[in-house]
Design a protein around this ligand. Structure first.
Ligand SMILES: Cc1cc2nc3c(=O)[nH]c(=O)nc-3n(C[C@H](O)[C@H](O)[C@H](O)COP(=O)(O)OP(=O)(O)OC[C@H]3O[C@@H](n4cnc5c(N)ncnc54)[C@H](O)[C@@H]3O)c2cc1C
Length: 680
């Protein structure tokens, strides 16, 4: 074995040690995680504590040590062989560590990698393994289909539904390339148009930038509270002093905005009081504002819609969000209609019941078993530690993970037989006159989401997807949720009296794990639990595997799978799981994006004779704008104030594709969905 020729000291000096061992050197205590060690894992996890025997060693080299057995001439000039870190992710194959190469005499065979769950994380891991030419792996999925929370369903009437409004955007080149490879040009490109429903009116998102749309008294309370807070005259003097998300809201936004929007809305989304949540997840997801900007908008009547790096987003042309993930199936050996074959790398209907950490074996509910060398699991972390693991499991591991909080969600789809009356993408609902926190005009994302093709914009169908969160702090009666949703739509002005008769389909899906709550003690829990699991060859990743909401969107989770494989096989560092979003430090640096001047009305559009977004935008693949009245300021104080709209940035002509541009024109980056003040 090549590695045995290296003395421990030499390896340490070279920055390389063998995997799976606990070594002490001088005053350093090192646990070597994967096949190669590449970095300080605790830093990656953003941990605050260091459990014993865990890597705490600063920087290692990016590449493995030179193989002394390899003739000098065959080595690249620098460090032996080129480090995998230098390989582009998107490339076919990629460098493999010698430890994982098969076939050569004396070299170790591929360790067996088992992946639990075929959601985006598991699919990302499998896709990357396939790309690397790695063969000794299997994905086990409990359900008869893949995609997890990103699966889409088609109901009997012909509407397509997602498990909550999924807006696709990416922080990663690899994810983009993956999307491109699997989807080609079969997607729509949509401009965000989001609104808040409050005081019987539509306020453009972000709410806090558009106070001027509120009734005068409410606008005054919000503005004066914001000024007091930002001058340090509130109860919490600065966001630095805030011990939790609730105090952060008060310190940054002031009591008026907190009372009218931030607190009620966040409770509806998260289903926990904001005092139970930390403030570190916020990052890009909350549009903060300084009071001078808010004051300017209020007094000068400026519109300030476009906050958020995600103004434009892709959506699969057909099949909903799940179509992208469905297309991983054939890559991993499923048939095109999602069925398993004897050679598939994905095994469906295989629910993991127990994992023996000592014997590295897995038992399924159907009575069969398998073994693993490395296990990537995406099942919820609390279930994993409390119900699935067997063997010598410390009680603290169970207790700590049981303290993680999450919410569930009722997804209710309402399909209507009527032309879509609006150009909106999605809307937020902070008030208690409806159960849902968010409603999406899902049919606006693609002309193929309803029973009739709407490419010409004249299909007599549209769909609303309504999300309601649930927790022990916010119980919701499942038996009445559909009826309460419809009544809520009437209260919120989305369904006019009489439109109830147009409902031709109702769809209901309950996700018992919907949002991983960023609770105040979450990071401390993860800092203990995740390293223990990794010391036992178990890599818990994904939305509920890692439990980090801030890296729990589809792009993050897919990349968690990819990066975990890169770590196991190539010895690369994982980065996504360690992302720490900087809170917009003093609440004064909200990203500024201009919004289209023709971004559509908040009110129902008069559809007679006007093209729908779909119809307007398919012309030669060039995005075309359409009209729509923009509600003016309704505050008594500022009635009639001039409206300074964001300028319209023309699109560069695109080559004619089957791609449809849906929605209004506008130029902005794709990025994180801002999700109001939380939520995906
Ligand atoms: C309401 C809502 C809105 C969202 N909006 C967005 C959005 O706008 N944009 C965005 O990018 N993302 C969004 N997301 C997040 C997105 O859905 C997740 O990032 C993604 O689905 C997580 O992938 P995952 O593989 O980590 O977990 P999951 O999707 O949960 O997949 C886990 C898989 O593991 C399987 N499994 C669990 N236990 C076992 C077991 N014991 N044995 C075998 N298999 C098991 C499950 O059946 C499932 O298929 C949203 C999520 C929700 C709930």
């Amino acid at each position: 074995m090549v590695w045995s020729k290296w003395e421990r000291r030499e390896l340490l000096q070279a920055g390389w040690v063998r995997a799976g061992e606990v070594w002490a050197a001088d005053n350093l205590c090192i646990y070597v995680q994967p096949l190669y060690v590449t970095g300080p894992c605790l830093t990656m996890l953003g941990a605050t504590r260091c459990p014993p025997h865990f890597l705490h060693f600063g920087e290692f080299k990016d590449t493995p040590p030179p193989d002394p057995a390899m003739p000098q001439a065959n080595r690249p000039a620098s460090t032996g062989f080129d480090g995998p870190r230098n390989q582009p992710h998107g490339g076919e194959g990629g460098a493999r560590t010698e430890l994982t190469q098969q076939g050569s005499e004396g070299l170790r065979p591929e360790p067996r990698i088992v992946i639990i769950g075929a959601g985006p994380t598991g699919l990302g891991a499998g896709y990357r393994l396939k790309e690397l030419g790695y063969t000794n792996f299997t994905i086990y999925e409990a359900k008869p289909f893949i995609g997890g929370l990103s699966h889409s369903f088609r109901d009997d009437v012909g509407f397509t539904w997602d498990i909550g409004g999924h807006v696709m955007f990416s922080h990663y080149k690899y994810y983009d390339q993956c999307f491109e490879k699997l989807m080609g040009d079969e997607f729509t490109l949509n401009d965000r148009e989001s609104w808040v429903r409050i005081a019987e009116r539509w306020v453009p998102y972000p709410f806090q930038n558009n106070i001027r749309y509120l009734p005068a008294q409410m606008a005054y309370e919000c503005m004066s509270g914001l000024i007091r807070a930002q001058l340090g005259k509130g109860e919490i003097k600065s966001h630095h002093d805030a011990k939790n998300f609730g105090e952060f809201i008060d310190a940054v936004f002031g009591d008026g905005l907190a009372k009218h929007f931030m607190r009620p809305y966040n409770f509806k989304v998260w289903a926990y009081p904001p005092e139970m949540m930390n403030k570190h997840w916020i990052g890009e997801r909350v549009a903060v504002i300084d009071y001078e900007r808010a004051l300017k908008n209020l007094v000068l009547g400026s519109d300030d819609y476009g906050w958020g790096p995600n103004n434009r987003f892709k959506f699969p042309l057909k099949g909903g969000t799940g179509e992208f993930y469905r297309r991983f199936g054939p890559v991993l050996g499923l048939t095109t209609d999602g069925r398993e074959t004897p050679t598939s790398s994905i095994k469906l209907n295989k629910r993991v019941q127990a994992i023996d950490v000592n014997g590295k074996s897995i038992a399924f509910t159907d009575g069969t078993t398998t073994t693993y060398d490395h296990l990537i699991t995406t099942q919820p972390l609390d279930i994993l530690c409390n119900h699935t693991l067997r063997g010598e499991i410390p009680q603290w591991l169970k207790d700590e993970s049981a303290r993680l909080l999450h919410s569930g969600g009722h997804m209710v789809g309402i399909g209507l037989k009527r032309k879509c009356p609006s150009t909106k993408s999605w809307m937020y609902f902070p008030e208690d006159n409806c159960p849902f926190y968010r409603v999406t005009y899902l049919s606006n994302y693609s002309p193929f989401m309803t029973p009739a093709d709407n490419t010409r914009g004249d299909a007599p169908f549209y769909s609303l997807l309504c999300e309601t969160s649930v927790s022990s702090h916010k119980p919701e009666d499942a038996a009445t949720i559909i009826e309460r949703t419809i009544t809520g739509l009437e209260h919120a002005g989305l369904l006019e009296p009489g439109e109830r008769e147009d409902i031709v389909s109702t769809w209901h899906y309950y996700a018992d794990y919907s949002y991983p709550t960023p609770s105040v003690d979450r990071d401390d829990i993860l800092a203990n639990v995740i390293p223990w699991l990794e010391q036992h060859g178990i890599y818990s990743r994904g939305r509920f595997g890692m439990w980090k909401y801030e890296v729990a969107n589809t792009d993050h989770t897919l990349m968690q799978g990819v990066e975990c494989v890169n770590r196991l096989v190539l010895g690369e560092k994982e980065t996504t799981i360690g992302v720490v979003y900087k809170i917009t430090e003093d609440g004064r640096h909200a990203a500024i994006h201009e919004r289209s001047s023709v971004a559509g009305s908040g009110e129902k559009r008069d559809i007679a004779g006007k093209p729908t977004p779909a119809a307007a935008s398919v012309v030669n693949g060039t995005s075309a704008s359409h009209g729509g009245k923009q509600p003016g300021p309704e505050s008594g104080l500022l009635q009639g104030a001039p409206s300074a709209r964001g300028s319209h940035t023309p699109q560069t002509p695109r080559k004619p594709l089957t791609t449809r541009i849906i929605g209004d024109n506008g130029a902005a980056e794709i990025g994180e969905e801002e999700a109001g003040v939380g939520g995906d």
